[in-house]
Design a protein around this ligand. Structure first.
Ligand code: SF4
Length: 368
């Protein structure tokens, strides 16, 4: 999957192309009838869809290989009966968003940054989503009034420097709403960074238009954190979308979720991370261990499996292509790295550290 600079690049999407892509996709559970599912699969999918909505824009639908029941793209968006099996220990709010929410539509877990939820709706509904119960139970879209308490909270807390627009998917909002939200945030003097967490460049790249980019440009540094999970998601249209955002001066990072049957092979992760960096100019940032979202046991790996995968990735990829393997702890414990330590022991100033070749070497600290 390499880029050819001589190939004609697709033009930046127009304002209406993405709306046609949404209309031609799966928008309601009844649209599952149009998909080449067996009657048993369709019945199971409809039952699972009752607890987490179904939405798949056409560009993402077109990536599915319908001849493969285990297709990794299909696994991310077509409901499975396994979602109906809640395992002991799974949680409705896996990372404790609600416990750290002082006002509606805002989570304040770390002093210098907040999560802001302008909408609880998405362009695509991912079956593995750790916020799926909030999306289903709250489900509301953007209104100016609904964000007022959250914006007042941010204005009243000068220690906050970063606002992370998440959701829901903020880039599923119209340009006008995005421009309004951006302007309200940047009018708060202590704000320094606007971060946007989105799956739109993956599932609906036509939405990355000149109008959308202009809506986000202003005083603040903008970082867009994309959510590619599999190398087949890196399409020419995704490449165009990322180039548009890079050329606007946005910093691009990616977070993936480690998902059994989707990307739990080192070759898949290796290709994903390389192509993100080399082809899209998107730095692989985090590889998340699967959260304890209900009904997702069939997609989670063990931590030991994840550690073995990232140890192998470290051997194969340069530092800039390597994501950090993290777990977002329940009850608001935050993200912490999970990769196995290379430190084997310590004797005073001498540390025993395992190198990438597997050999343990002594490293004696020399400080002035
Ligand atoms: S786009 Fe993000 S918030 Fe929406 S369902 Fe997918 S993972 Fe969840």
């Amino acid at each position: 999957m390499t880029s050819d600079a001589n190939l004609k690049q697709p033009a930046i999407a127009t304002g209406t192309a993405w709306q046609a892509d949404v209309r031609a996709g799966v928008r309601h559970v009844r649209d599952l009838d149009r998909l080449p599912l067996s009657p048993a699969e369709r019945a199971a999918a409809q039952a699972a869809a009752a607890s987490h909505k179904v939405r798949v824009p056409k560009p993402y639908l077109d990536l599915i290989d319908w001849d493969d029941p285990n297709d990794p793209i299909r696994a991310q968006v077509i409901p499975s009966p396994d979602e109906l099996i809640a395992a002991e220990g799974e949680l409705g709010d896996p990372i404790g968003d609600h416990a750290y929410s002082p006002v509606p539509r805002l989570t304040h877990r770390h002093a210098d940054r907040v999560l802001l939820f302008p909408t609880y709706q998405c362009a695509v509904y991912c079956r593995f989503c750790f916020r799926k119960e909030s999306l289903t139970s709250i489900g509301r879209g953007y209104t100016r009034d609904a964000l007022e308490p959250a914006l007042a909270y941010i204005a009243g807390h000068p220690e906050i420097r970063e606002v992370i627009l998440t959701g829901g998917d903020p880039l599923s909002l119209p340009d006008k709403a995005l421009a309004e939200i951006r302007a309200r945030i940047e009018a708060i003097p202590h704000m320094r960074l606007l971060r946007i967490h989105t799956r739109v460049p993956v599932a609906l790249p036509s939405r990355i238009t000149a109008g959308l980019v202009a809506a986000l440009q202003g005083r603040l540094m903008v970082t867009v954190v994309t959510h590619f999970n599999h190398p087949r998601e890196i399409t020419p249209d995704a490449e165009t979308a990322c180039r548009t955002m890079r050329q606007a001066g946005f910093v691009l990072l990616n977070q993936s979720v480690l998902l059994k049957g989707v990307n739990d092979h080192v070759e898949v992760l290796e290709e994903l991370c390389r192509e993100l960096m080399y082809r899209l100019g998107v730095k692989p940032y985090y590889l998340h261990h699967g959260d304890l979202a209900r009904g997702m046991a069939h997609r989670r790996t063990t931590i030991a499996e994840g550690q073995a995968l990232v140890a192998e990735l470290r051997q194969r990829l340069s530092g800039i292509c390597n994501p950090t393997y993290v777990i977002d702890l329940p009850d608001g414990g935050g993200k912490v790295p999970l990769a196995a330590s290379h430190i084997e022991g310590r004797d005073g100033e001498t540390w025993r550290i395992r190198g990438q070749d597997g050999k343990v070497r002594d490293y004696r600290e020399v400080v002035g």
